[in-house]
Design a protein around this ligand. Structure first.
Ligand SMILES: [Zn+2]
Length: 409
């Protein structure tokens, strides 16, 4: 079956094409797409051949599809007890996951990096989306994250010690994981877990990183600050996730190692996040307030050190735009926020074929009603979303699965 038979040569046309890295719009430009990939960027007069099908999104501007670099399929933070939500019956989680994935797609997220699920449900959803059963972003999955017994993120089966950690990494890799998730500190949404002590020794982290590397995978560390950050980056972890309580020392360690920082501010700051759920518990509300205050200082340190950031909603499905808005409110330019949301997210997720409008990359596109370089709140005004060249969200927010084709995944 030829790819061309599935999708005719298509020209996606709107009010212009946004290049986040240059921080510029090319008015009048559109995208020529074949078999799910961009083959040219330019005006219809210059790049659209006779016979190409034109999909016109009016005066909406085209932006590379967003990459949510840290989220989950099944959790809803505002409902509280996220650990318990992960343990719910698989059928219940599947039903809710379908709705969550739709919200992600509707907000312009075309790739999502999933950072812990139970029941291998993230592997199943990845397949269901690829097979056109469910509407949602392309998923990169990690299965169950690694945490010591009884700690934040450990669920029913914590793991510690270099040998057991190596065996756990091999099991997850054998299932077809795209990356490995490890918890090196406690979390905001649970009690009795410290945000800055390290859950694991350097030897344990190094064992995880080495075993993952042997399987061709990178390691992401949930870590808020202190030794949990320093040990993680010193032992080869590729990204620090959250980082709400980073010290100057932590920021230097991240910068020196070249690791990524994936910020997840919406779950912490949005009233529908932890505040609406677990923070009904006074000890957790105190943690939320402390983490919010610390994030203000963290933002300054991170900007000053020039650390590369990507963005994740951490299960605030449909609210990805708030991640960009928070960055702009904390000193990043709209172009930098858009780069974090697209190119940087794709690099962190290991999806180097997305994140930019470059010939050869996937035609993952979000069409926005206004130019987000002028006003970042334009990211909330989603008019259409395309996944590998197929329109999967329309102006009314109706979502559909990407049809199964011979096009690239
Ligand atoms: Zn998370």
């Amino acid at each position: 079956m030829s790819a061309a038979a599935d999708q005719p040569l298509t020209f996606i046309q709107g009010g212009g094409v946004v290049d986040p890295v240059r921080g510029a719009v090319d008015p009048g430009a559109g995208l020529l797409v074949e078999a799910g990939r961009i083959i040219a960027v330019g005006t219809a007069g210059n790049v659209r051949p006779a016979g190409a099908v034109t999909v016109d999104v009016g005066d909406a501007v085209l932006v590379p599809g967003f990459v949510d670099a840290h989220t989950h399929v099944t959790i809803r933070p505002g409902e509280g007890d996220q650990h318990q939500q992960l343990q719910a019956a698989p059928a219940w989680q599947a039903v809710r996951g379908v709705a969550n994935l739709r919200r992600m797609l509707g907000s312009g997220v075309t790739t999502a990096r999933i950072m812990t699920e139970e029941h291998d449900i993230d592997f199943e959803f990845r397949a269901a989306i690829e097979r056109g059963e469910v509407a949602g972003p392309r998923l990169r999955v990690a299965g169950r994250g690694l945490s010591p017994p009884g700690r934040h993120g450990s669920g029913p089966a914590g793991v510690s010690g270099p040998a057991d950690l190596r065996a756990a990494v091999r099991r997850i890799a054998d299932k077809g994981a795209d990356h490995i998730k490890i918890f090196t500190t406690g979390g905001v949404s649970s009690t009795g877990t410290a945000l800055t002590d390290s859950n694991y020794s350097g030897e344990e982290i190094s064992a995880v990183v080495a075993e993952a590397a042997a399987a061709g995978l990178t390691v992401a560390a949930h870590a808020h600050g202190g030794a949990g950050v320093d040990l993680a980056v010193a032992n080869g972890v590729r990204s620090i996730e959250h980082g709400a309580l980073l010290t100057e020392q932590n920021v230097r360690a991240i910068a020196d190692s070249g690791a990524w920082l994936v910020l997840t501010t919406t779950i912490l700051f949005h009233p529908a996040g932890i505040e609406a759920g677990d923070a009904r518990e006074p000890a957790i509300l105190a943690k939320v307030r402390a983490a919010r205050a610390a994030m203000e200082r963290t933002a300054e340190l991170v900007r000053a050190a020039g650390i590369r950031v990507a963005l994740g909603t951490d299960s605030m499905h449909g609210l990805f735009g708030h991640e960009l808005q928070w960055l702009v409110e904390h000193g990043w330019s709209p172009a930098e926020a858009l780069t974090a949301a697209t190119l940087h997210g794709a690099m962190v997720a290991g999806t180097g074929d997305a994140g930019a409008f470059v010939p050869g990359r996937r035609a993952d596109v979000v069409a926005l009603g206004r130019d987000p370089l002028d006003d970042i709140t334009a990211v909330f005004d989603v008019r259409a979303v395309f996944s590998a060249g197929h329109q999967v969200v329309d102006a009314r927010g109706y979502c559909r699965p990407r049809p199964v084709t011979a096009d690239p995944d």
